[in-house]
Design a protein around this ligand. Structure first.
Ligand SMILES: [Zn+2]
Ligand SMILES: [Zn+2]
Length: 999
């Protein structure tokens, strides 16, 4: 049938005449093809190797390069330089050595047997020698199965070449040849593409990765060892690319007698069984050797990737096969129940309803992986659109969460520059927004019509519509510009505000404008899979820089690399608390206790004791508070109750650290684990991905202090590692410790060293309390500032008269250099009044009282009272409470929940969060979009375009229907917030969700 209609193909060729961007797309395809167009058919055919040549993604992952060792990894995970111009050779980007030392190409050719397949037994042994050095004849000689050195280490040079050159470049070339043919109509491109596809189809049915995995070769297969040419994960790309390529070139070979002549001659020469004596035979060979094999392997799991990948690979192969008997069956498979790692079908319903959360984020924690789902399912949806003659499947119509997936990537970002490096994402502090791409967004807008997508596309295009376009295959691809411009003018620039993405588990505070924008985030979502054990981790951006960088993507995201589980994904390397020298347990999400924002302030509290079953309380309260229109500080209270060892781990970015108010002694040897335990030792667990221990042995260069008293600080002079800083004045970050600890330490920890540009090391602060059935309340202030211009002059813990071990409340007084004082209270009891000194007292979950030059600001969340010398604030109802009696049960909004109880239909609650106390499996905070009165003491709370559907009741039987995130009878609550500004006896209400009294 052809995925592209004749009309679309002529649109593309016409657009190339009209638009420079379309010509650029054509030119890219032609440039990629050029090296292949310059080769003869025979030369191209010879490049393709069979099952007997292994594929692997590492030469030797532990040792690096035989010459320069691990220095090679400064150039990336997969750093070796390969080129089809230099057959079977790898160049080390670090030392420049070329490997292997033998002439493998000649050896390979000497061993070609029936089918044109290399057979080691036929090859000329005498060719296996070091061609560079006669004195070391066996050194670095690879016969295809790797070189084994004197110490028994195996070096897979040829396998690496095969994987990264042969099997990366040829599929890419096939796709580019297909595009070049579509764009130009020149059948020479189709011809070359067919040579590649036909030859791969010859060898593909015998391709199987398992025997090589059994030999210890690494590949992309998520530890299953399965795959065809590559691992079962990356194999999806192979299947999709080769299927698309065939679709594009198929028509162009219709009258290609030269192709028949060449391939028939090759078949005869090499005794290839498949007939090649007509174009029909060649097409059948490609269908048989590729498309049907892809379909088969999606079923047998040798093609099995992250969600979206396999469904798309299957759909593409099925659509291109275009067989009235086989195609519908393969399409139906996409929707059949199954488990991604088990048996059954492509389980699209379970994925797009249950595994994508209500914010539109996939379930892999790390943005890079989660948003991969969106891109893959978008391609899948496009393929299914083309298959309507077989089946009426429409992902956008039937799975509304796919639409939400497009707005999700941008909603996570900050400063129009960063996506938080959550889980296996990015490097240590570098910039970049994950999956926020102009072309994806504009296509999504064209498809979905969401005005926010138009505004985002406009913004990503530099606040302009110049050059904005939809697909090259559209009749009028620039027609979109007009409506985008209208929407941009009507709605203005798209600006993100502070937000709590409770489906995903991320709070982002966003303050300031332009270069003064700053943001802080607290992540409380999934911490398994591609997530790190990082529940309640925090981050911050300031003056263009990531000042609290997560370490990001590990050296290798596989289950063998010891440092991944030992350190990079371990709880201890994150800005959070480790309990009992163990990593956190994995679960879906923490529980938001409250989230409130007003002008120049935001606060959130998240509890997550499930990640440490020994704890009764594991909870962080984080507030971002402005001290001026350009500057903010963070205040952080972290409570832990239970377990017998609590460590608050904190690190900022690269840079020298100085301290004040603490007397640190260097530990001469060893690591944080002890003087006798050396770096990287998994002394408390297995040396691989199963490790769940402390990771202490990855912290080195330790300085320690016993019983430091509250009030000391560590100060990072931050290096501008990624050249992202605004302005020339160096930036600093000061971490003020306002709680006592049994001991404190500073130590170095290493970011992944194979991500080019990553810092060599960053300095950690570790605050530790270790005694039986411990309670801890770690209180601190995080203050980024420009050199010489800190804002905070002094900060002290206020004595609340409570017992040392009482973690129910804590308070801090801050004095700024401009003379402002902030009194801050975090308490578990809305009614208990605490005296905060200087005539101030407060009762509430969170309160800040700022006094500056005779003016007073009060921000009170979930509280009843604040007394100041200028007056008293009283609130009758700190928290509205009710019970869920009914709720919206559809997948699309506007969603609503009906509540009985003392909840007033008060429009001031619009924009605040209602928290439903559900079963705790996922969290249930929703932003109120409207609230209306019903009969019988009930209200209806509307919460916008979201869904209460949690997923399907059964992964095996979809007929069992949905499960919901909330139930009738669940209690619910809204924490009230009041923000007042008092100057000259006049009270200004900055925010109030409830009636209050000021006297
Ligand atoms: Zn080297
Ligand atoms: Zn991390």
């Amino acid at each position: 049938m052809g995925l592209y209609t004749p009309e679309e193909i002529s649109n593309a060729r016409r657009n190339i005449q009209r638009y420079a961007w379309a010509r650029a797309e054509r030119d890219t395809a032609i440039e990629t093809c050029a090296p292949y167009m310059a080769r003869s058919d025979g030369e191209i055919w010879d490049l393709i190797t069979g099952q007997s040549i292994p594929r692997g993604i590492h030469v030797n992952p532990d040792l690096g390069c035989p010459e320069c060792g691990r220095d090679v990894y400064a150039f990336g995970n997969y750093p070796w330089k390969v080129s089809l111009q230099r057959p079977y050779k790898l160049e080390c980007p670090s030392c420049g050595e070329i490997w292997p030392k033998n002439d493998f190409e000649t050896f390979y050719k000497s061993g070609l047997g029936p089918g044109g397949i290399f057979d080691r037994k036929l090859a000329d042994e005498s060719l296996l020698y070091n061609a560079e050095n006669a004195n070391a004849p066996h050194y670095a000689v690879d016969d295809g199965m790797g070189w084994i050195d004197e110490s028994g280490n195996r070096w897979w040079f040829i396998a690496y070449y095969s994987h990264y050159c042969t099997w990366k470049e040829l599929p890419a070339a096939a796709l580019a040849l297909g595009k070049a043919y579509l764009y130009t109509g020149d059948t020479a491109y189709a011809h070359k593409g067919a040579v590649i596809l036909d030859r791969i189809a010859d060898v593909y049915p015998d391709m199987d990765l398992t025997p090589y995995s059994d030999l210890g070769l690494y590949n992309s297969h998520g530890s299953t060892g399965m795959g065809r040419i590559t691992g079962c994960i990356w194999e999806n790309g192979m299947a999709e690319t080769l299927s698309l390529s065939y679709d594009m070139i198929s028509e162009g070979i219709e009258d290609d007698n030269e192709l028949v002549r060449f391939l028939s001659a090759q078949a005869e020469k090499w005794q290839i069984a498949q007939p090649k004596s007509s174009i029909a035979h060649i097409r059948e060979n490609i269908k048989h050797g590729l498309l049907r094999e892809f379909i088969r392997s999606c079923r047998d799991r040798r093609i099995r990737g992250n969600e979206g990948m396999t469904q798309t690979a299957m759909a593409t192969a099925a659509a291109v096969l275009d067989d009235p008997r086989e195609t519908p069956k393969a399409l139906d498979w996409l929707f059949e129940p199954g488990k991604s790692r088990g048996t059954g079908g492509g389980h699209i319903p379970a994925t797009l309803i249950g595994e994508v959360d209500r914010d539109g984020v996939g379930n892999e924690a790390a943005p890079g992986y989660c948003f991969g789902w969106m891109n893959a399912f978008a391609r899948c949806a496009w393929i299914l659109d083309r298959c309507r003659k077989y089946r009426d499947y429409d992902l956008y119509r039937d799975y509304p969460r796919l639409k939400r997936m497009y707005s999700a990537p941008y909603r996570l970002t900050a400063l129009d520059r960063y996506t938080p490096h959550i889980g296996d994402t990015g490097n240590t502090g570098g910039e970049g927004m994950v999956s926020v791409e102009r072309q994806t967004i504009i296509s999504a807008y064209a498809r979905l019509g969401d005005p926010d997508l138009a505004r985002l596309a406009y913004k990503l295009n530099g606040n302009s519509t110049d050059g904005l376009h939809t697909s090259i295959f559209d009749a009028a691809p620039e027609a979109i510009q007009k409506t985008v411009l209208e929407i941009a003018k009507q709605h203005g620039e798209l600006e993100l505000k502070s937000e709590n993405l409770n489906g995903y588990g991320l709070t982002v505070f966003r303050h300031g404008e332009g270069h003064d924008q700053r943001a802080a985030w607290l992540y409380y979502g999934r911490n398994g899979g591609h997530g790190h054990r990082d529940r309640l981790n925090i981050g911050m951006y300031y003056r263009g820089m990531d000042v609290l960088p997560d370490l990001g993507y590990p050296e290798y995201a596989d289950s063998k690399w010891p440092k991944r589980a030992g350190w990079t994904t371990n709880t201890i390397s994150h800005n959070t608390v480790m309990v009992n020298r163990q990593q956190q347990e994995v679960n879906w999400i923490g529980h938001c206790q409250y989230f409130a924002t007003s002008q120049s302030i935001g606060v959130v509290e998240i509890a997550s004791p499930e990640v440490y079953p020994d704890t009764r309380d594991y909870r962080r309260t984080l507030a971002m508070i402005d001290v001026s229109p350009t500057e903010s500080y963070l205040i952080d209270f972290f409570r832990v109750n239970g377990g017998n060892d609590h460590i608050m781990s904190f690190h900022a970015g690269e840079g020298d650290v100085t301290t004040q108010g603490i007397d640190l002694t260097p530990q001469e040897k060893g690591t944080y684990a002890g003087k006798t335990i050396s770096f990287g030792t998994h002394y408390d667990g297995p040396p691989d991905g199963r490790y769940r221990g402390s990771g202490f042995a990855y912290l080195y260069g330790v300085h320690r202090a016993e019983n430091p008293t509250a009030g000391w600080w560590a100060n990072w002079k931050l290096a501008d590692t990624w050249k992202t800083q605004h302005g020339d004045t160096p930036l600093h970050l000061r971490y003020r410790v306002l709680s006592n600890a049994e001991n404190a330490a500073l130590a170095w920890g290493d970011p992944p060293q194979n991500k080019p540009g990553n810092p060599r090391r960053v300095r950690y602060v570790l605050l530790r309390n270790a005694s039986a059935d411990r309670k801890s309340l770690f209180a601190s202030i995080i203050e980024p500032y420009r050199e010489g211009q800190p804002h905070i002059a002094d900060a002290t813990r206020i004595d609340l008269g409570t017992e040392e071990r009482d973690i129910a409340a804590a308070a801090i007084k801050i004095t700024t250099h401009t003379g402002r004082t902030d009194h801050i209270l975090s308490s578990d009891d809305p009614n208990r009044v605490f005296h905060l000194t200087e005539g101030i007292s407060a009762a509430g979950r969170f309160a800040i009282i700022s006094r500056d030059n005779g003016q007073t600001s009060i921000f009170l969340v979930g509280g009843t009272r604040v007394n100041t010398t200028s007056g008293t604030l009283r609130i009758g109802t700190p928290t509205h409470r009710g019970t869920v009696t009914d709720f919206h049960r559809e997948e699309t909004g506007p969603a609503w929940v009906e509540i009985e109880g003392d909840l007033p239909p008060d429009k001031r609650l619009i924009g605040t969060q209602i928290r439903i106390l559900n079963d705790g499996i996922r969290d249930a905070c929703y932003t109120i979009s409207d609230i209306v009165s019903l009969e019988n003491n009930k209200v209806r709370v509307e919460v916008g375009d979201t869904s209460f559907i949690r997923g399907l009741a059964s992964r095996e039987d979809y007929e069992e229907g949905f499960t919901y995130n909330i139930s009738t009878g669940d209690p619910c609550e809204i924490q009230n917030a009041v923000h007042l500004h008092i100057a000259n006896g006049k009270v200004e209400t900055l925010c109030a969700t409830v009636d209050y009294e000021w006297t």
